[in-house]
Design a protein around this ligand. Structure first.
Ligand code: ZN
Length: 466
């Protein structure tokens, strides 16, 4: 069960908008200016053909339908902005446009097996023009990677010569090649990105990944959520029915269309009745980290699990019967079942003190974390980029899951030692990373309290709906 709601604030302190009515309550001029900019870009580039995101918040129509400031509307050869099913500007008005330079534009949809030479031949454009475009500079190399379904926009003059070519590199960037005085120039334009805030609340019934996906969250956002709370919550084993979360996150729009989620700004996760809350804080150097509302770091010195979402296939057990040796042999670590090639993260900052083969353990990496702790990762198929002696940060990849050494199938065997003694990494208590420094506390409160208020509002609204 989820209830996404959309709050637009365009990076200014948010106004409380009702989640139910989803009304836009923002300075129309600001929006108008942004829409105007987007419109100008659109008109010039004869619209985007980026694939439509199938997740379309209902507030989109609000963005499109805002009236342009009257002054600008007078001075612009206003393209007709229509709301069609994709919330994009109607293409029909652009395709037939002929400007004063007697240039007409046409769209070409790339077909399987197409390349630029074929397309130029089909459109009866000169191979010399193609050569001139391809040789222009590094930017035009992207044209070698055109894929079926993508659109190229061509301009031609009255003689049928190609005078311009435009290609959307992604949903923000467009490569434009225009001729001026018989000389082609290539440049890249970027559409303005509008960032809004969105909230989602979801209950956990199956798994974090499944339920968050059902709630419409992207893989990227789910991973970020798991990374924020991964120190406190065991997402592989520790979730229970009735757990829930509420998120406040950035949503990025281009031309009134949602293109992707940005960062999580604030989040609450209820796990087995305990509430964990986190908020994102960016310091003066642009470094962002998550803290509890009172300024404690969400990070611990150690990650609970070196792989997210992996099933624990064998627990820490000092009197286990070994599956291959078939005799009692303590299992001084935790096994994670994961497919071969899954990246394994270093659970803490440290230094690689061993990298190599170690008998039944196969390919092994050992990381030393300060004086007290060390972690070991075994059965890897491949090492990561860190050699013996290298510094490694928490979360960086030590290697990849495999079944080297004595292993019945691909899995990670992970060990943690504290002062040389094996400890159960799933239950060991880890110290927290550094809290927010005292001199930043005021700035922290100022930056995070509006975010936490928005999160709280989303939660209350959701509660009222239940
Ligand atoms: Zn093991």
């Amino acid at each position: 069960m989820m209830k996404p709601s959309f709050n637009r604030d365009f990076k200014i302190p948010m106004r409380t908008t009702s989640v139910h009515t989803r009304k836009l309550q923002l300075p129309a001029f600001l929006i108008g200016t942004i829409i105007l900019l987007a419109t100008v870009f659109y008109f010039k580039s004869a619209t985007s053909n980026a694939p439509a995101d199938d997740y379309k918040p209902s507030t989109l129509s609000n963005v499109i339908s805002i009236d342009l400031p009257s002054k600008s509307a007078d001075t612009l050869p206003t393209p007709t902005i229509e709301k069609n099913s994709n919330n994009t500007i109607s293409r029909a008005s652009v395709q037939s446009t002929t400007t004063e330079n007697q240039t007409s534009w046409k769209d070409y949809t790339v077909k399987p097996g197409d390349n630029l030479a074929k397309i130029f031949k089909q459109l009866k454009y000169s191979p010399t023009t193609l050569h001139n475009i391809i040789q222009l500079d590094d930017k035009t190399k992207a044209l070698k990677n055109i894929k079926p379904g993508q659109t190229l926009r061509f301009a031609q003059n009255l003689n049928g010569e190609c005078t311009a070519l435009e290609y959307d590199l992604d949903r923000i960037k467009t490569l434009k090649i225009h001729s001026e005085n018989a000389q082609f120039n290539a440049y890249i334009t970027e559409k303005p990105v509008v960032i809004t805030h969105e909230t989602t609340t979801a209950d956990i019934n199956n798994s974090l990944f499944y339920d968050a996906k059902q709630a419409g969250l992207s893989d990227k956002t789910i991973m970020e959520l798991a990374n924020i709370f991964g120190w406190d919550i065991d997402f592989a084993q520790g979730l229970r029915q009735g757990d829930s979360f509420t998120l406040l996150y950035e949503s990025k729009f281009v031309d009134g269309k949602r293109i992707e989620n940005g960062h999580i700004l604030a989040a609450e996760f209820i796990n087995r009745g305990d509430a964990f809350k986190a908020v994102r804080f960016t310091d003066g150097n642009g470094n962002a980290e998550y803290f509890s509302p009172d300024g404690k770091s969400m990070r611990k010195t150690f990650l609970r699990n070196p792989i997210h979402f992996a099933r624990v296939s064998s627990h820490f057990n000092l009197s286990r019967k070994h599956p291959i040796l078939n005799r009692i042999r303590a299992h001084k670590g935790v096994d994670y079942a994961a497919s071969s090639g899954t990246p394994i993260k270093s659970t803490g900052d440290g230094k690689v003190i061993f990298r190599g083969l170690k008998g039944g353990y196969g390919r092994v990496i050992i990381v030393q974390h300060g004086q007290k702790y060390s972690s070991l990762y075994a059965h890897m198929s491949k090492y990561g980029g860190y050699k013996k002696g290298a510094r490694i940060k928490q979360g960086q990849t030590v290697g990849y899951v495999g079944k080297s050494g004595l292993a019945t199938g691909p899995h990670l065997h992970y060990e943690l030692r504290v002062n040389g003694v094996h400890r159960n990494p799933l239950t060991a208590k880890f110290p927290a990373a550094k809290p927010i420094s005292k001199n930043l506390l005021a700035k922290f409160k100022q930056q995070t309290s509006p975010l936490l208020a928005q999160l709280e509002h989303a939660k209350q609204t959701q509660l009222a709906l239940n």
